[in-house]
Design a binder for this molecule. Structure first.
Ligand SMILES: Cc1ncc(COP(=O)(O)O)c(C=O)c1O
Length: 401
């Protein structure tokens, strides 16, 4: 017998990228060699001093509940660390710890969004934004990015249109963007801050990739005057310290919002695992050389991947300075192959070459007028020799047509 389920579930989305992992595993089980470019996960180990800190914490009895907002020592250290890297002043009350960065999205929306409130969010973008907006009864307003010779730029006309016609209350902004690898230049960030202030928007600044940067320096929108009181930063330990499975992140922003968010923690998970918080404390207060080494390895992968991809006829992809993703325009090859959909293109390519990737459709519904076809390569879960081998197979396959 199938019992009735709650109506709200029809609005809950998911990460359809997990289905790509599954289809790659099915092919691998049949003996096909897979080149995993679909994973946003990392195949790099967590630095050993962080692992040791967790083991020590367990041995020292850090096995109890903690306050819902997190252990004060970690909150204080993060206020200092995130404040100084973003050029603002935070105190412990501005920081609440969570099991990962992801929970910050839904918790923030629950605190600032009423049913029927409209929310601007990036598309293509991290699919959990749209899922959580709709699940909690908001109106999703997807804004797109336009490919330019300097990388992907926010479609300002579209945002202005929404501001004029849809009265949005909230802006979700993922600078250092998944899946595009996009970053705002000074003018774009200033413009966004200006519209946020003029339209009195709450801002969720998803800074999951703030520290995954290969040259230059990252900047947070929170550092622009007028922004700190309206912005919540989503922070995660996952990428910088190769700690994806540890589940450790934080919401950093106005104290009175975080007080409410901590109340949600009390109702949900109670707190983030005690010893994991101690490992996080070790991560941010100790020598940063291991996380620089992680970046070095990612950079080597990026350079090889971009140069090998650009050796394929019909592909010309720029070199993003941040994230570990490439969003590659394959329109010409898609047409030559005669693919009928991006999923058809993905499956045929994977079955032929073993190269597994996500496509544009895993990052939100396609928007009206979109004609070009894109796929996403992640290089966080694949070594350099496998990148070379996989892309060579891809080249041979694509150049057959
Ligand atoms: C843009 C973006 N935001 C947030 C997250 C969530 O990170 P976490 O693993 O800390 O939950 C991810 C993870 O891939 C991401 O890509």
């Amino acid at each position: 017998m199938t019992k009735h389920l709650a109506d709200r579930l029809k609005n809950l989305g998911t990460e359809t990228a997990y289905a790509v992992s599954e289809s790659a595993s099915v092919l691998a089980a049949k003996g096909k060699k897979i080149y995993p470019f679909h994973l946003g996960d990392m195949n790099l180990p967590t630095p050993m001093h962080i692992v040791s800190a967790a083991i020590k914490a367990l041995r020292d009895g850090k096995t109890t509940y903690t306050p819902a907002a997190g252990i004060p020592s970690l909150r204080m250290a993060m206020a200092e660390d995130i404040g100084s890297s973003r050029g603002v002043k935070y105190s412990m009350e501005n920081v609440v710890i969570h099991p990962g960065g992801k929970p910050v999205i839904g918790k923030f929306l629950q605190v600032v969004m009423n049913e029927g409130d409209a929310v601007l969010y990036p598309n293509p973008g991290y699919p959990i934004y749209e899922s959580q907006i709709e699940y909690f009864g908001g109106i999703a307003l997807p804004y797109q990015y336009i490919p330019t010779k300097d990388g992907f730029k926010i479609d300002r006309d579209q945002v202005e249109f929404y501001l004029k016609n849809n009265n949005p209350k909230i802006l979700i902004y993922n600078n250092y963007q998944n899946p595009l690898g996009a970053e705002s230049d000074e003018q774009e960030m200033e413009w966004l801050a200006k519209i946020a202030i003029e339209n009195d928007l709450w801002v969720l600044s998803d800074e999951a990739y703030f520290d995954i940067r290969y040259s230059g320096s990252s900047k947070s929108i929170v550092s622009i005057p007028g922004m700190i009181d309206r912005t919540m930063i989503l922070y995660t330990f996952a990428k910088k310290y190769a700690m994806t499975g540890w589940r450790l992140g934080a919401s950093i922003g106005p104290k009175y919002l975080n007080e409410q968010i901590a109340k949600i923690n009390t109702n949900d998970e109670a707190c983030t695992a005690n010893f994991v918080q101690h490992a996080g404390l070790a991560a941010i207060t100790s020598d940063q050389t291991p996380s620089k080494e992680i970046l070095g390895k990612l950079k080597e992968r990026r350079d090889i991947l971009v140069s090998r991809l650009n050796s394929i006829q019909g592909i010309q992809t720029p070199l993003p300075n941040t994230t570990f993703y490439l969003f590659v325009d394959i329109t010409g090859i898609y047409n030559k192959i005669g693919a009928v959909s991006l999923e058809d293109f993905r499956l045929r390519t994977m079955e032929e070459t073993g190269v597994s990737f996500c496509t544009r459709q895993h990052f939100g519904k396609a928007l009206p007028g979109e004609t070009r076809k894109f796929i996403r390569f992640a290089y966080s879960g694949i070594n350099v020799d496998q990148i070379e081998e996989g892309i060579l197979k891809l080249k041979k396959y694509f150049e057959k047509f």
